[in-house]
Write a protein that binds this ligand. Sequence first.
Ligand code: COA
Length: 382
Amino acid sequence: MSETPEIRKGLYGVVVDETAVSKVVPETNSLTYRGYPVQELARYCSFEEVAYLLWNGRLPKQESLIRFSAREKALRHLDRHLIDLVMSMPLSCHPMDVLRTAVSFIGAQDPDAYTRNSEHVRHSALELMAKLPTIVALDIRRRQGKGYIEPSRKKGFAENFLWMVFGDEEGSPANSRSDIEAFDKSLILYAEHSFNASTFTGRVVTSTMSDTYSAVVAAIGALKGPLHGGANEAVMHNILDIDDPSKAEAWAKEKLANKDLVMGFGHRVYKKGDSRVPTMEAAFKELAEEHGQTKWVEIYDILAKTMEENTSIHIKPNLDFPAGPAYYILGFPIEFFTPIFVMARITGWTAHIVEQNENNSLIRPLSAYVGEEQRSVPPRSF
Ligand code: COA
């Protein structure tokens, strides 16, 4: 008699491998990238420095950072074929579909796509980090009937993206140091989060000895879902639906009574609060103050309080809850919130792809069969 196997639905609580990229300690709400607390990285570093850290295991010295940034800036441009591809995508499709297709195309253009040594993977990663913002910005502008703004070779990563999306138009966040810094912080907070669903997806694809681009395409597909990255878009749709702070409490109570999920709340790993929320919440609240949009903060606070007080497990917000309204205040169209998440998470995904490649074992779990007992095919008379 074989024992009934223990099934951990959703791999709940299962440790599947080791990693040196980041560490989540839910008991203390702590998240570190390569040993550094994410709050300190958001406070003292740029997104470029964090990308370097994730890929190389150490923070760059000034000289290395200058060289690294110069290489990233030189890779930002899109060739004619890639621009045409983005322009040819249906306007009705989700921007995540555009990004997924574009990454696949970039992979098809790389004659060394199947080279899995770490140096080449890190080069592909840098190219994707450099080009994804240009693709996202082009997609935003074409949907608004606006012309393409070429990437700058002078501006930093966050500033360049805001510039490519908003240019010099009135109130452009590209001209506001505090907007650029708030956006940069959000990218750092979104950059990496251990074995989340999309990262694990990327590692599964990598474990078959497939190429970097295929792993990233699969990870984009996983991130798109509303239980994962898509939550930042859903959060803002909910906040806009509520619209008036006086309606927020009743709205949340009704959702809970109907057993509906409230997006931007809860987390598979953190049960006492998401380590990234306080930093992002402060950035969101500052943005709201500066842009005169404090109504969203009122709704945010009421929703957070109502969810905590009216659930037996005192559900708390995750990073998507403050990031959604912060991106809205910066002026991004809502359907682009998750593609922006990709622009940041590409750094974490690719750090894990390198790690998986360097110490690989095919990821292939077992399942417990619950279907029909074995039976014979009956005689066929037709
Ligand atoms: N809204 C309402 N109820 C929620 C909830 C939410 N956002 N998140 C969890 N719950 C409820 C669950 O339904 C469950 O209720 P039950 O015991 O009556 O079945 C209970 O809280 C415990 O859930 P838990 O086991 O802790 O959730 P999980 O680990 O399976 O799921 C998420 C984690 C992230 C998938 C889940 O919290 C969720 O769907 N959140 C909304 C989507 C989101 O914001 N995703 C981004 C994650 S960073």
